[in-house]
Design a protein around this ligand. Structure first.
Ligand code: AMP
Ligand code: MG
Length: 491
């Protein structure tokens, strides 16, 4: 049965074949004592992989890259990138490998990728490894994002390698098996452009069009259409992050996908109290990737993508610039439309014709709400759930969260006059997010060998909109002694 189960899925090596200049064939490091910590059975099913097989010794070795299935040609991908604004011409997968692509039961092609699989030629000073805590963090947060309806890479498994890894202390090593609609990044285009190989740049763009935006192929200028599609996808993605209070933490151009999926969950966090300046990354001392900066940074990254793609827009450099600037200029409008529409839905307000008195009033209410939230420490997630109770007639829980009661009452009076839909609110405002103190608690226990808190938290965040009795603990803010939260990337 096991052999048959594996053969039902055929790996392809399309990226490696079509873009060999960006792919270094490589092998994963052998894990001394593999132990499967968590497997995403549902996702395995979507990919046509048999979960039973993946739990078998050979399946676990496949998840680590130690058993290379037929058709798979593991490669480390080359890319460049701006990190905190500074350009690195060569980054690449220093501790990751693309195993290949598989076609899921829905017919969609997806990358199967490893993180923490050992040093590659791009490893520089890094050890090529990853540890249990951060890999479980990526698993948990990416699955939470997916459940929230936010485009994201997915997590198929985390396998402990049995190898201790040196960080500040010795920690248990692990490999994350990640699934994405591709791993093409802004940094992939920056790398291809820097080679001055225009054929490579064009093949990369064609590959991106074919995998993500096939309709662009029929546009008058397919490469400009590709760029416009990425602009739109990122505008929607960052609006989703903002609406749910997500801080990515390391929006370098190598961590921004062409597909519009969230990628690389390093020093990321969900805000507790609403705070535009919220930063969780220990290395982001200047606050470049603070919550409120994310739209501007996304636009900045897209400008770097436009620069890299410029020769594709028009052979004449002069003539390439104007359409690129125009396409980039659409970001602000698309972001702001997506964010405003999302905020109105969070407030349970029906769509009103643009320019109507209702639409105008709804926009003022959104602005008024942001002012209220800024005014005091208000738990962002709970506030919207409490507000749906206010829509049902019980003001108390939401009112009790704000400092300026008169301002709240005035705002709530105007808001209720628009007859907000409380059920709609509960369908878009999560009751459960991976709260920082709960994530830390779960990861600390998992690092010590107890996976129960992790599994429980994962179950909770997988159904974020459905409030269940007995889960009150998962809706509460951080305890007083939790202090100012910091996460660390590259671990
Ligand atoms: P990240 O911040 O995780 O997106 O990683 C940025 C770059 O550093 C990428 O090129 C990674 O492959 C590389 N990198 C991060 N951690 C390690 C490590 N432990 N060993 C080798 N390379 C690493
Ligand atoms: Mg990265």
């Amino acid at each position: 049965m096991t052999a048959a189960a594996e053969s039902t899925v055929t790996f392809d090596g399309r990226f490696a074949r079509e873009l060999s200049e960006l792919a270094v064939p490589w092998q994963a490091e052998e894990a001394p004592e593999p132990k499967l910590l968590v497997l995403n059975g549902g996702l395995a099913g979507e990919l046509g992989l048999d979960p039973e097989y993946l739990r078998s010794p050979e399946g676990v070795r496949l998840l680590l890259g130690n058993h290379v299935p037929e058709g798979s040609t593991p490669v480390a991908q080359a890319y460049a990138g701006h990190q905190f604004g500074g350009y690195s011409p060569l980054l690449g997968d220093g501790r990751a490998l693309l195993l290949g692509e598989v076609t899921g039961v829905d017919g969609r092609l997806r990358d199967i990728h490893l993180k923490g699989s050992g040093r590659t030629p791009f490893a520089r000073a890094g050890d090529g490894r990853a540890v249990v805590g951060p890999m479980l963090r990526e698993y948990l947060v990416s699955e939470a994002m997916h459940a929230l309806g936010i485009p994201s890479t997915r997590s198929l498994a985390v396998v402990a390698t049995g190898r201790p890894v040196r960080r500040d202390t010795m920690l248990p090593g692990a490999v994350l098996t990640r699934v994405a609609s591709s791993h093409l990044r802004v940094g992939s285009f920056q790398y291809a452009r820097a080679t001055e190989n225009m054929d490579l740049l064009r093949r990369l763009a064609d590959h991106a069009i074919s995998r993500h935006y096939p309709e662009a192929a029929r546009a008058g200028n397919p490469y400009l259409a590709l760029f416009e599609s990425v602009v739109a996808a990122q505008a929607n993605l960052v609006a989703d992050w903002m609406l749910v209070g997500f801080v990515h933490g390391v929006m370098n151009t190598d961590n921004m996908t062409i597909s519009g999926e969230t990628i690389d969950y390093g020093p990321c966090a969900f805000m507790d109290a609403f705070n535009p300046a919220a930063v969780y990354s220990s290395i982001d001392v200047g606050g470049r990737y603070a919550y409120a900066n994310q739209p501007v940074i996304a636009e900045w990254n897209l400008a770097r993508l436009a620069e890299a793609m410029l020769p594709l827009f028009n052979e004449d450099q002069e003539q390439a610039v104007a359409p690129a600037v125009e396409a980039l200029g659409m970001f602000r409008r698309q972001y702001s439309d997506a964010w405003f529409a999302g905020m109105k839905t969070k407030l349970g307000l029906a769509e009103a014709p643009a320019g109507s008195a209702e639409a105008e009033e709804a926009s003022e209410l959104v602005d008024g709400l942001v002012a209220l939230l800024k005014d005091g420490p208000v738990d962002y997630t709970s506030f919207f759930r409490n507000l749906s109770q206010a829509a049902r007639g019980n003001d108390r829980p939401a009112r009790g969260m704000v400092l300026d009661l008169a301002a709240f009452d005035a705002w709530a009076g105007r808001w209720r006059a628009l007859q907000p839909d409380a059920d709609l609110m509960d369908r878009v405002n999560p009751a459960y997010i991976p709260r920082n103190h709960l994530v830390e608690e779960a990861l600390a226990a998992a690092t010590d060998g107890d996976l129960k808190p992790f599994s429980r938290l994962l179950d909770v965040v997988r159904a974020p909109f459905h409030a269940r009795p007995g889960l009150e603990r998962y809706t509460e803010g951080a305890p007083e002694d939790f202090g100012s939260y910091q996460t660390f990337c590259g671990t």
